[in-house]
Design a protein around this ligand. Structure first.
Ligand SMILES: Cc1cc2nc3c(=O)[nH]c(=O)nc-3n(C[C@H](O)[C@H](O)[C@H](O)COP(=O)(O)OP(=O)(O)OC[C@H]3O[C@@H](n4cnc5c(N)ncnc54)[C@H](O)[C@@H]3O)c2cc1C
Length: 397
């Protein structure tokens, strides 16, 4: 059994894991030893011709932060979101917020999962972060370190472990972190579509009478045609049905649900579906361990906030670790992790309650009056400039 000592070991090489590793190397400096352990054998690497099926709306504030850390994205494969338009069960617009409301040029950019992860990983590795291929299988406590055992029996040591290993986090279950993990009664059906008319930077969302939620996000042109990416959150049974439909029937279903607003003409990727899960932890911090990203707070995709919450985790870790010198250059010191807990617990819980609350409000199939009240309330509130300003400012952070 060999053992390698590091200051920070991040378990999970998704976008949030790499962002936390980058935050560690930037804040702790060159002398810090930072590693990312990822169970998928190779590092994320693109360059593929087709757009990835998994795309994110990354808020302007997070993009700005990543850019400030030296991350460079291939913007030819991204699209700006300048407006968010939400419609209620009757198909009428109930909320419109624009980048202008927040005094910004754009609310977010739509980026591919692999491109984003790859860009963050490249920058982190250029600064000295090590990539370790392997799956974490167990954790052990020493007084000043954690021992991390991999499935192939290699052992790593770290002063702090960052658990960024996704919704089904193994590290969360190996530690003392108490978590609520609940499956939503919905799956997200994703596909890209070519359209007749340009999207104009609008991300559109419909809360539909059957309780499903359809979102069409702007994409860069595909084969010179305007394109959008769909996330349709539907019941598990309906997800199977939709993915099994011939293209023409799926096209009709999506065009009808979106009131023909986007004018979809043909598919630009096959439809696939993913389970949707809520994860909530009682406390994201344990001894020399922090859970981040989906491992700490997976949310319904209706607000497009999943990856954004995880990127804010990384931003806060960077701020916290900038004070590591004051505690003997120990990034796992309880004082630092306590500060992380104080800064992240409240805002994360607020976002989870908001997305879960919205999901519940629009999924009251037995209470149509409540759903109608939700539409009307949203329409009323959206007339208030202060409300729109608050929402748009929250969206870009
Ligand atoms: C349909 C759908 C649409 C979505 N749309 C959006 C959107 O528009 N905007 C948005 O912000 N978010 C969206 N999300 C959420 C987004 O996908 C997640 O929030 C994001 O992927 C979380 O990143 P992460 O790095 O925390 O976890 P992941 O991306 O899940 O990465 C976890 C990594 O850990 C690795 N791993 C797991 N176990 C181990 C182990 N034992 N040892 C080592 N490595 C391990 C995995 O291989 C993986 O690479 C969507 C999700 C779904 C399902």
């Amino acid at each position: 059994m060999s053992s390698d000592a590091a200051d920070v070991v991040v378990a999970g090489g998704g976008p949030v894991g790499w962002a936390c590793a980058l935050a560690a190397q930037v804040s702790l400096g060159k002398r810090a030893r930072v590693s990312v352990v990822e169970r998928q054998s190779s590092q994320p690497s693109l360059i593929r011709a087709a757009m990835s099926a998994r795309v994110y709306t990354v808020a302007s504030g997070n993009l700005r932060w990543l850019t400030e850390q030296g991350v460079r994205f291939d913007l030819t494969r991204s699209a700006a979101v300048t407006e968010l338009v939400v419609s209620g069960r009757d198909g009428q617009e109930s909320l419109r917020i624009s980048a202008n409301d927040a005094g910004e040029a754009e609310l977010a950019k739509v980026l591919e999962h692999e491109a984003m992860t790859d860009a963050i990983a490249k920058r982190a590795q250029a600064l000295g972060v090590q990539f370790v291929s392997g799956a974490v299988s167990s954790l052990h406590d020493l007084v000043t370190h954690k021992l991390i055992e991999l499935a192939d029996r290699r052992v790593l040591q770290a002063r702090v472990v960052i658990a960024a290993d996704g919704v089904q986090s193994k590290l969360r279950s190996l530690s003392d972190i108490r978590a609520t993990v609940r499956s939503y009664p919905q799956h997200g059906v994703v596909a890209h579509w070519r359209c007749k008319q340009p999207h104009g930077g609008a991300a559109r969302q419909w809360f539909l009478p059957d309780g499903s939620i359809l979102a069409l996000l702007p994409l860069p042109d595909i084969d010179l045609a305007p394109a959008v990416s769909m996330v349709w959150s539907v019941s598990d049974v309906r997800a199977d049905e939709l993915c099994g439909l011939p293209e023409a029937d799926l096209l009709d279903a999506v065009n009808a649900a979106s009131h023909h607003t986007a004018g979809l003409i043909c598919m630009a990727s096959a439809a696939q579906h993913f389970p949707l899960t809520l994860v909530r932890v009682a406390d994201p911090v344990a001894q020399r361990l922090v859970v981040v990203g989906d491992a700490a707070h997976a949310v319904h995709p209706l607000a497009g906030q999943g990856v954004n919450l995880g990127l804010v985790d990384a931003r806060v870790l960077l701020d916290v670790w900038e004070h590591a010198d004051k505690v003997g250059f120990d990034p796992g010191h309880a004082l630092l992790l306590g500060r992380y807990r104080r800064e992240r617990f409240g805002p994360t819980l607020a976002m989870q309650l908001a997305t879960d609350g919205l999901f519940r409000l629009y999924n009251q199939m037995d209470h149509p009056l409540l759903m109608a009240a939700g539409d009307a309330g949203m329409r009323l509130l959206s007339r208030l400039p202060a409300f729109r300003r608050t929402l748009s400012t929250a969206a870009v952070q």
